[in-house]
Write a protein that binds this ligand. Structure first.
Ligand code: F6P
Length: 343
C-alpha cells in the first residue's frame, strides 16, 4: 500500500501532527509507504514529492505549520491541472491520496474524485471551524486559546487606562473563533459575520456598562463582520488570484466609530496570523492524530470520496458532498449565550 498526503489552504496548528500520525499508522500497522506532496495541489501537479519516513516525521506532534508547506492553488483553473495530478499518482505508484484541507481544498478533492476517479480521502482542518459534518476541525481549539489569552492581556491594559479595546480576529465567513474566543476571554461585545449589528446597539451596550462603574471594555470583532447599514465597513483587497481577497480594517473602523459615539478612548488591535502560528493545543494534537489514523484506515479499506469527521466525540466518515455542500456557520444559540454578557 502506497499513499500520498498533501496539505492545502491556509495553514493551521496540528498539520504536522496529522502527517506524523499518517506515516506512523500507515507504515507500522499497514506496512505501507507514504510520500508527501509539497505546497498543496501544486505538489501533485508538478510532481513535487518527498518521501516520508518514521525518522523524518519524528518529533512533529508539537510543531506548528506544515513540513509539506501549503498553497491555495486550484488545479481546475490551470491547463491540464487535474490530468497532471492523475499522472503524478501513477508515476508515484500511489493507491490513495490523503488531502488535509478546508472547504476549498476538499471541494477540489471532491471534483477530482468525481470527474477523474482520484482515490482520495480528506481530513478537515481550519482554524475557522466552518466545515460541515464535523463538530470541530483541528486548529480551531488552538486559535480560540490564542484569542482567549490575548483578551486576558487586553483586559489588564484596558483596565489600567480606562480604555475600550477592539480585538479583530480571523473568521472570513463564520464567527466561530470570535464567539468561542470572546466567551472564553470575557468579551463585552462580539461581532460575527452571520449577524449585522447597528453601531448604536454596540455603543449603547458599552455606555451601559460604563454607567454601572466599569471604565473599560473589550469588543471582539471577526474580520468578516459588518455593521448594519454601513457600506464602507472594511476593505477586501484582491492582491493575487490564487488567494482569497485580503480582509481587514473592521476593527480599526469600529474603534473610531465607538470613540466618536461614546467619547471613550478606543483602540484597535488585529490578532491576525498569530492565531494560525505556533504549537497546537493538546486537544488539537489529539484530534489531528485521531483524524490521521482514521484516514489511513479509510485508504486501506478503499473507502474513497470520504472525509473523516468528529461527531459526538466519535471519529466517523462522511461523504465529501456532505462535508463541502454548505459552509458551517456559527450556531446562533451560542451567540445568544455570548450576548448574555454584552454591556
Ligand atoms: O485559514 C482560514 C483563514 O485563516 C481565514 O480566517 C482568513 O480570512 C484567511 O485564512 C487568511 O488567509 P491568508 O493568510 O492567505 O491571507
Amino acid at each position: 500500500m502506497r499513499m500520498g498526503i498533501l496539505t492545502g489552504g491556509g495553514d493551521c496548528p496540528g498539520l504536522n501532527a496529522v502527517i506524523r500520525a499518517v506515516v506512523r499508522h500507515g507504515m507500522k500497522e499497514h506496512n505501507g509507504e507514504v510520500v508527501g506532496f509539497l505546497e498543496g495541489w501544486r505538489g501533485p501537479m508538478q510532481n513535487m514529492v518527498m518521501p516520508l519516513t518514521l525518522k523524518s516525521t519524528d518529533g512533529l506532534i508539537q510543531r506548528g505549520g506544515t513540513i509539506l508547506r501549503t498553497s491555495r492553488i486550484d488545479p481546475f483553473t490551470l491547463d491540464r491541472g487535474p490530468e497532471l495530478i492523475v499522472e503524478s499518482m501513477k508515476k508515484n505508484n500511489l493507491d490513495g491520496l490523503i488531502v488535509v484541507g478546508g472547504q476549498e481544498t476538499c471541494s477540489v478533492a471532491l471534483r477530482m474524485y468525481q470527474e477523474h476517479k482520484l482515490n482520495v480521502v480528506c481530513i478537515p482542518k481550519t482554524i475557522d471551524n466552518d466545515l460541515s459534518a464535523t463538530d470541530f476541525t483541528f486548529g480551531f481549539d488552538t486559535a480560540v486559546n490564542i484569542v482567549s489569552d490575548a483578551l486576558d492581556r487586553l483586559h489588564t491594559t484596558a483596565e489600567s487606562h480606562n480604555r475600550v479595546l477592539v480585538c479583530e480576529v480571523m473568521g472570513r465567513h463564520a464567527g466561530w473563533i470570535a464567539c468561542y474566543g470572546g466567551i472564553a476571554g470575557g468579551a463585552d461585545f462580539i461581532l460575527v459575520p452571520e449577524k449585522e449589528i447597528a453601531l448604536h446597539d454596540i455603543t449603547e451596550a458599552i455606555k451601559k456598562r460604563h454607567a454601572r462603574g466599569k471604565d473599560h471594555s473589550i469588543i471582539v470583532v471577526a474580520e468578516g463582520a459588518k455593521l448594519e447599514g454601513d457600506s464602507g465597513t472594511h476593505g477586501a483587497e484582491e492582491i493575487d488570484p490564487e488567494n482569497p481577497p485580503r480582509l481587514g480594517g473592521i476593527g480599526d473602523r469600529l474603534a473610531k466609530l465607538v470613540e466618536t459615539e461614546t467619547g471613550f478612548e478606543t483602540r484597535a488591535m488585529v490578532l491576525g496570523h498569530i492565531q494560525r502560528g505556533g504549537s497546537p493545543t493538546a486537544y488539537d494534537r489529539v484530534l489531528a492524530t485521531r483524524f490521521g489514523v482514521a484516514a489511513v484506515d479509510l485508504v486501506t479499506e478503499k473507502k474513497f470520496g470520504r472525509m473523516v469527521a468528529l461527531q459526538h466525540n466519535q471519529i466517523v466518515d462522511v461523504s465529501l458532498e456532505e462535508a463541502t455542500g454548505v459552509m458551517k456557520t456559527l450556531d446562533m444559540e451560542l451567540y445568544k449565550v455570548a450576548s448574555v454578557f454584552f454591556g
